[in-house]
Every structure is written in C-alpha cells, then in structure tokens.
Design a binder for this molecule. Structure first.
Ligand SMILES: [Zn+2]
Length: 243
C-alpha cells in the first residue's frame, strides 16, 4: 500500500474518533481548553480577582451597610500580603474600578503557570450562611476542595459549610488557567455579615485562603479526593445565568 494512502487509512478513524470524543482540546496558546487534567502544582503566579467594583457594588448588607465590592478588594489585598513573597501575585483590580467579566478572563490569560482566585461575598435568604466555593474545570477541583475546607475551618462553628458548587461561570469555565470563585460568606445573614465586617475575621479568612493556595502549590491534588468527570460545555456567555 502506498505510504500516503496507508497513513490516511490509519489516521482517519483516529481523527473521527478524536473529533467525536474531545471537541477541540487545545486553545490557541496550546493549553488545555477544557481544563481536563489534574490540578496545578508548583505554580508561581496567583491572580487574585476582587469581584465587582466601580459602578457594580455587588451585594450590599442591610445589616452593616457594607458593599461587596469594598470587601472583595480588602480581601484581595489581605490574601496578597498573607501569601508573602512566595508567589508572584497579581491583583485583577487594585482600586474601585469596574472591569467586565470577559475582560477579567482576557487579562488572566496573559499569565502562564498561574491560578486564578475570584473573591466574592454572597447574598440570599436571611437564614442562609457559610462559605461556598464554585468551580467547573477538572483542574480546579483540588484547589476548590482545599479553599472550601480552609474557609469552612476559619468561619464560626455555627456557620454551615455550604461546600463546593460545580457551576459554569465566566470565571470558572473560561480562563485558560485553573480558576475558582470563592463566596466568603453571606452579607444577607445578620450574624455572618457582622462577622465579615470585622477586619480581624477577614484577616483570619485571608490567612486560611493563602494557606490553601500554598498547600495546593506544594501538594497538587494529593488528598483532595477523586477528580470529577470531564464536562464538555461551551464557554460561559453574558447571556447565561447571573454570576
Ligand atoms: Zn459577587
């Protein structure tokens, strides 16, 4: 059989199989487009995204008057200082400015060998409280487990551990780097919002988050349980559910 024909015959089934099983696994940068791989280890850069900002205040606590956008920026700064010199840290925003979510993804993609942590505080029914961690990608699961464990341990005993939520958001699906979105507590809960208003508590939470990041850098996914199944969904769009 002529070599060319042989190559085509051999390669064709593999190509067809590949196109059915894994639609586009590589982005233009060569990194795994879907994040279907084990979590990061030994990374050097931590991108800290303070949620909301500028014209977008996020949630506002009716108990303390505090705005989510101010608390997330405060937390981002505290996490950076808790991480110390062990990492190159990048703040997505360092003042009270609005940055579109797609622009945040675009900026995060400039950095290789990085993880992205997006900081938020929650709002919901008055009785609901406790930290929560959102992730989507397989390579972000171990990091999400570590961060949720750490926040839960740092929060008051009466707070519920709301656990991990696998949700396709622009900051959990779209970046080319492992990424998680943290909800540090409910501003709508009277006691939890007063807790979050206390700078000593925020420092404790920031130290816990920094510790989880360090653990992930040293140990990778070890001890964080089995990886979740891959999910093939398109990037999140502004028209998807609210973030
Ligand atoms: Zn938010």
């Amino acid at each position: 059989m002529p070599l060319l024909r042989k190559l085509i015959l051999c390669a064709l089934p593999a190509l067809l199989l590949a196109s059915c099983a894994t639609p586009a696994t590589r982005s233009s940068s060569g990194r795994d487009y879907w994040g279907h791989r084990p979590g990061p280890k030994g990374f050097k850069t931590v991108i800290i995204d303070a949620g909301h900002g500028g014209t977008d205040p996020g949630a506002i606590s009716r108990h303390t008057g505090q705005r989510e956008k101010d608390l997330t920026l405060d937390m981002a700064r505290r996490i950076r200082s808790e991480l110390g010199g062990g990492f190159r840290t990048i703040l997505m925003r360092s003042d009270d400015t609005f940055i579109d979510l797609d622009e945040r993804v675009h900026r995060a993609n400039r950095h290789g060998d990085a993880i992205l942590i997006s900081i938020h505080f929650n709002s919901g029914p008055a009785h609901v409280r406790g930290p929560e961690t959102y992730y989507w990608r397989v390579d972000s699961h171990g990091l999400a487990v570590r961060l949720q464990r750490a926040m839960s341990a740092a929060s008051p005993a009466e707070s519920s551990n709301r656990g991990l939520v696998r949700r396709r958001l622009r900051l959990t699906r779209n970046p080319e780097t492992p990424c998680v979105l943290l909800e540090g507590g409910y501003l709508s809960h009277p006691a939890e919002s007063r807790c979050v208003a206390d700078s000593q508590y925020r420092q404790k939470l920031a130290a816990a988050i920094a510790g989880a990041i360090r653990d992930q850098a040293v140990h990778g996914d070890a001890g964080t349980g089995p990886l979740p199944r891959p999910l093939y969904e398109p990037p999140s769009r502004p028209t998807d559910a609210p973030e």
